[in-house]
Design a protein around this ligand. Structure first.
Ligand code: UFG
Length: 323
């Protein structure tokens, strides 16, 4: 069985990847410092506790396992926090990833797959956003992802690193069968927060801005089911193994939903009222962020089968009730 090192495999998206890899007959090995991941999220996969910025640990792992690919999910992910505390973001997302990449190159790991973000684009100049859109990230979070993409290009040229970078739009939902799902501390994402209001854990949800130049005045996003994000990694891995040379792919389905539409769907799925409070705009939020995801669909054969809003929210609701 091919061994895949899943860095950050005990986290939200990484744990879905571990499940997807096992279902496809791979042997995932998880490296996670458990700072935000959960031990029980990795199931029966091997879990190595530690930091991907630990060069000695990486050396041990690559010497004792025959790793066929590295999938790198470990990252700090809050845009707002990154503006206030850039040191954390450049340490966790940039320096640690560089240490990991250096080990990947040193140990000749055949393929590297990077979790990038739509945050690399900044304020969209047109919509839907394709991969040719200029990258002008607005936050240290977005810049940390963008800098790594630049470094990956340099490493490809200089050392022949074979890699792919997936720019996620809004990851959401949960595994329909396994006890894994979204859990951040603190939670800042729209769908889990709205579901926590529906389940009575919170009194209300704040809507950040209702005066955007959109039909109902609230921000529009492209929500992608976490299982579809995981399946895209497998497609990309097959593509890379087949010698594919394209490096950057958007992961979004091209359907935009406003904050109000998401809340309406949360009410529909849960049958509960969701109290809303209108607040000022949140700094750094683009009015609309919708992907042109056709490159991943056409070139990788990606089939985002779970990414309609109702399925996303139904699966997230099951998780919210059982976690
Ligand atoms: N929102 C609210 N109230 C909340 C939370 C969110 O109104 O309590 C709004 C936001 O303003 C935004 C939308 O809901 O318009 C979605 O917000 P999320 O926080 O769920 O997601 P973001 O679009 O801000 O961020 C996501 C990822 C980031 C990534 C970004 C890519 O979480 O890691 O997409 O642009 F960088």
């Amino acid at each position: 069985m091919q061994e895949i090192l899943v860095v950050g495999g005990a986290g939200y998206i990484g744990s879905h990847m571990v499940a997807e890899l096992q279902a496809a007959g791979y042997d995932p090995v998880v490296l996670d410092d458990l700072s935000s991941g959960r031990e029980d999220f990795v199931g029966d996969a091997e879990l190595i506790g530690g930091d991907c910025g630990d060069a000695d640990l990486l050396n041990d792992i690559f010497s004792s396992h025959k790793i066929d690919a590295v999938m790198h999910f470990a990252s700090s992910i809050q845009v707002g926090e990154s503006v206030k505390n850039p040191i954390k973001y450049y340490k966790n997302n940039l320096i640690n990833t560089l240490t990991l990449l250096n080990a990947v190159v040193r140990h000749d790991v055949p393929d590297f797959i990077f979790s990038s973000s739509a945050a690399v684009y900044g304020e969209p100049e047109y919509t839907p956003v394709d991969e040719q859109h200029p990258c002008l990230p607005l936050s240290p979070y977005g810049r940390s992802k963008y800098f790594i993409e630049q470094i990956l290009q340099d490493y490809k040229k200089a050392y022949g690193l074979h890699y792919g970078s997936l720019r996620y739009f809004n990851a959401a939902g949960a595994h329909p069968e396994l006890p894994i799902g979204e859990q951040h501390e603190p939670e800042t994402h729209l769908i889990p927060l709205a579901l926590q209001v529906a389940s009575g854990q919170r009194e209300y949800i704040e809507i950040f801005g209702s005066d955007y130049d959109n039909p109902d005045g609230t921000c529009i996003r492209d929500y992608v089911h976490v299982c579809d994000i995981a399946s895209a990694h497998l497609k990309l891995f097959d593509y890379l193994k087949g010698g594919g040379n394209e490096s950057v792919f958007n992961l979004g389905v091209g359907e935009g939903y406003s904050v109000m539409e998401v809340i309406k769907m949360v009410k529909h799925v849960t049958g509960q009222e969701v109290e809303i409070h209108y607040e000022d705009r949140r700094e750094g939020d683009p009015a609309i962020l919708v992907a042109d995801g056709s490159k991943a669909i056409d070139q990788l054969g990606w089939d985002p089968e779970y990414s309609d809003l109702q399925t996303i929210i139904e699966d997230a609701w099951k998780w919210e009730q059982n976690r």
